[in-house]
Design a protein around this ligand. Sequence first.
Ligand code: NAP
Length: 247
Amino acid sequence: MLRLDGKTAIVTGASSGIGLATAQAFAALGARVAVGARRFERLPAGDAFVRLPLDVLDPASCAAFVEQAVAGLGGLDILYNNAGLALGRAPFDESSEEDEQLVIDTNVRSVMRLTRLCLPHIRDNGHIVFIGSVAGRVAYPNGASYIASKFAVRGLSYALREDLLGRPIRITTVDAGAVETEFSVVRFRGDEAMAKSVYEGIDPLTAEDIADIIAFTVTRPPHVNIDEVVVKALAQSSGSRFVRREA
Ligand code: NAP
């Protein structure tokens, strides 16, 4: 693994799960990392980190975050657009205006906004990383808003690859299967038992597994662009198909 000494990074949604693990992985490789989330107290602390409040749904919060992050870091090399969520597992007839808006605004519009705000600051040989999902490649039942949002993330990464072609900025999307984080607790609105059942008997991916892959993509030589990574637990073949060990 090459190092990130002298490099800087922004990680959104660094208070939990994949964002937290990736911010820590970047720091362990020598980067300085600006980290943001609503739960400020859960952001990683230490010399490597610039800790800032961030609500990706609020344009003013995003603008202040990027300004203070770039000022605190003294420039920007890597943007990891991590903040995101799913809500519920129900047929689309049971969807609501509020849930659709929250999922699309968090996973798509906020990612576009943060990317747009960061782009002018990204230095040569910089990198933009998106987190997609296996849900953004093949649909599964009862997850329409999340599936639509992650298809959109993949579309955005393809579009940016076209618009930025010729500039020294790399773009990667990591499409992950089931990763055991707080993701399912949020998805099932705090129902811990339901959340736990998602990962039962499958040896799910961990946040550290994904952080390791993201760290790999951003430490390749500057001419190497890893466009997409698809990663699932061995016991998962699609968004809806798992082989579970008997309890
Ligand atoms: P997680 O543990 O629930 O972490 C989600 C992070 O997003 C938290 O740090 C949260 O911070 C942040 N976030 C959510 N809304 C935000 C907002 N309005 N403003 C700022 N930050 C916000 O879940 P995770 O699994 O690590 O998810 C991270 C990303 O991975 C998401 O984009 C998710 O779709 C994607 N992903 C997850 C899986 C999986 O199976 N877990 C699979 C594929 C892709 P605060 O609540 O403190 O603001």
